[in-house]
Design a protein around this ligand. Structure first.
Ligand SMILES: Nc1ncnc2c1ncn2[C@@H]1O[C@H](COP(=O)(O)OP(=O)(O)O)[C@@H](O)[C@H]1O
Ligand SMILES: [Mg+2]
Length: 155
């Protein structure tokens, strides 16, 4: 099942990340897809906020492939932009993070072959518009729809 959501500013994407983040559970793996500058890292800032992690900790560091953050649950921010080939992926030890009890968020998830709890595709539109397509199991998406209705109502 999937749901489409549009945002029209980075701040709104952080709020969307927050709304999704509140519904995540330990062991969840969220896969993010979208070109450079689409808003993957920005979205993860909102997830961090939902876990009580300072969003300033979430950065697009050039060398770090896996960054660990500790909030209500551990958040593992995995950015595979610089990964080339299966071997170097294996070397990162990413598997242990995926099997662990933290919440994993993966940028450039197409470089990994993994069945994620949620898949999020971001398309860049005009100006600051971003179109999100969030796919996952029915129960998840139903809960997310409810949470998003409550969020939109606040505006
Ligand atoms: N609606 C939006 N959602 C997310 N980011 C946006 C939006 N509008 C503009 N931006 C800008 O686009 C950039 C997204 O960067 P980032 O989150 O690092 O992308 P990615 O991780 O996908 O490469 C930021 O500079 C952000 O301010
Ligand atoms: Mg990024």
């Amino acid at each position: 099942m999937s749901i489409s959501v549009k945002t029209s500013s980075a701040q709104e994407t952080i709020e969307l990340g927050y709304t999704v983040g509140r519904l995540l559970k330990p062991g969840d793996v969220v896969c993010l897809y979208g070109e450079l500058g689409a808003g993957k890292t920005t979205f993860i800032k909102g997830v961090a906020r939902a876990l009580g992690i300072d969003e300033k900790e979430i950065t697009s560091a050039s060398f770090v492939i896996i960054a660990e953050h500790y909030g209500e649950h551990p958040l593992y921010h995995i950015d595979l932009y610089r990964i080339e080939g299966e071997d170097s992926l294996f070397d990162t030890g990413v598997d242990e993070y995926l099997q662990g009890d933290g919440i994993c968020l993966i940028e450039w998830a197409e470089r990994l072959n993994y069945q994620c709890s949620l898949s999020i595709k971001i398309e860049v539109g005009d100006k600051e518009e971003r179109a999100f397509s969030i796919e996952g199991p029915e129960e998840r998406i139903t809960n997310l729809k409810k949470a998003l209705r409550a969020w939109r109502k606040k505006e």
